[in-house]
Design a protein around this ligand. Structure first.
Ligand SMILES: *Cc1c(COP(=O)(O)O)cnc(C)c1O
Length: 390
């Protein structure tokens, strides 16, 4: 029998690695209903609380009235409509780059950008903790693929010395499962010295980092000479869906000509671009969201440290609690859920073996009282977990 799927599924279950999809029965927000249970949630990537914002909903509704629902065709045929174009221009202005190109998802933006830039005879160097979409893109490109030690410019330099052809260095901006920031100034300097290009996927930085939400490049004050290829996604801080690549005129034209996940897919609904245009305005102008978020992050880290929890080196809204064993992570998540708090356990292969964690994420939509509720629930649950394993 060629496909023994049941054995494969049983094996995953036995290793505490079986995945299940919680059924969300409410809009996104701090208070959700999941599988029939009202819960206080700390696991979405809606960092600024824009996913259910009335102005964004209104822009979507008005966009649908004016432009209909379906994109109808790919961008190169007849699917590139005025709202897509206006959003690209706004994203270029926002990122301070000549042009931006809209993709349907971040996964596709990464596949498209990497495979359009490098191929056989070239090199792609990636941080070993990069997002799966970047790693997949590197493998698919056919370029020589190598991983450097996490956030380690010296390790990158060693690998760059052996690189051949056009060389692309690829990193997350904010690492999605750890919450730490790429050491971009050092990585950029090392890449530049070797004539390599740097691609930064700042899915978790846009909106949350930088004075106006411009993400990690705004945080470090880096321009296009340092980061030639800047990727952002729209389903996280922006609260909508889709993604973009920003860079030079030539880069964007190259993607339009050669990025297959751009070319061979239907454009996103134009009304979605209308909604994102509105969320971009809110993200840039409502500084109180970033300020409130920063105070919640400080509150959480202070409280968690007092409880003796192991946090990671992060000042971003991603605040994982390291647990180690996948079974223990699942159990802690379950204990919290029994107390009305939802935090997802993240297990291998999403994170390295032995580093299972509860990935707490904070949002500007949370209140300080809600963060206290999370800390209180952790104070009750964490000792139960310890006792069980003595
Ligand atoms: C979420 C994420 C993506 C994928 O973006 P989607 O728009 O959800 O497909 C890509 N890169 C990183 C670092 C991410 O966290």
């Amino acid at each position: 029998m060629p496909f023994d799927l049941s054995a494969r599924l049983a094996e995953r279950r036995a290793a505490d690695l079986y995945r299940q999809r919680p059924l969300l029965q409410s809009p996104q927000g701090p208070r959700v209903v999941v599988d029939g249970q009202p819960l206080l949630a700390f696991c979405s990537n809606d960092y600024l609380g824009l996913a259910n914002h009335p102005d964004v909903i209104k822009a979507w509704r008005e966009g649908a009235e004016r432009w209909g629902i379906g994109g109808g065709a790919s961008h190169l045929v007849v699917g590139h409509s005025s709202p897509h174009h206006a959003l690209e221009e706004a994203l270029a202005e926002f990122t301070g780059r000549p042009r931006a190109l809209l993709f349907s998802t971040g996964y596709m933006a990464n596949l498209g950008a990497v495979t359009a830039l490098v191929g056989q005879g070239d090199s792609v160097l990636q941080d070993r903790l990069n997002h799966a979409s970047l790693l997949d893109a590197g493998l698919l490109s056919g370029a020589r693929f190598s991983r450097y030690l996490h956030n380690d410019a010296a390790s990158l330099e060693t690998r760059l010395a052996k690189a051949v052809g056009n060389t692309l260095v690829v990193t997350d901006g904010v690492f999605s499962m750890d919450g730490d920031l790429a050491e971009l100034p050092q990585l950029a300097a090392v890449a530049r010295a070797k004539g390599a290009w740097l691609l930064v996927d700042d899915a978790h930085g846009f909106g949350a980092l930088g004075a106006t939400g411009g993400g990690i490049v705004e945080h470090f004050g880096l321009g296009m000479d340092d980061v030639q290829v800047l990727v952002g996604t729209l389903g996280k801080g922006f609260g909508t869906a889709g993604a973009f690549v920003a860079g030079s005129e030539e880069l964007i034209e190259t993607l339009v000509q050669f990025a297959r996940p751009y070319i061979y897919t239907t454009s996103q609904p134009p009304a979605l671009a209308c909604a994102t245009l509105r969320s971009l305005q809110l993200l840039r102008s409502e500084h109180w969201r970033r300020e409130h978020l920063a105070s919640l992050i400080a509150q959480f880290r202070h409280g968690a440290a007092q409880l003796g929890l192991t946090l990671m080196d992060s000042f971003t809204p991603i605040q994982p609690i390291l647990v180690g064993d996948a079974g223990r992570a699942l159990h802690l998540s379950q204990l919290l859920r029994e107390r009305g708090v939802l935090v997802t356990a993240i297990r291998p292969p999403t994170v390295p073996a032995g580093s299972a964690r509860l990935r707490v994420t904070l949002s500007a939509a949370h209140s300080s009282a809600q963060v206290q509720q999370l800390l209180d629930a952790l104070a009750e649950c964490y000792p139960l977990l310890g006792a069980e394993h003595v």
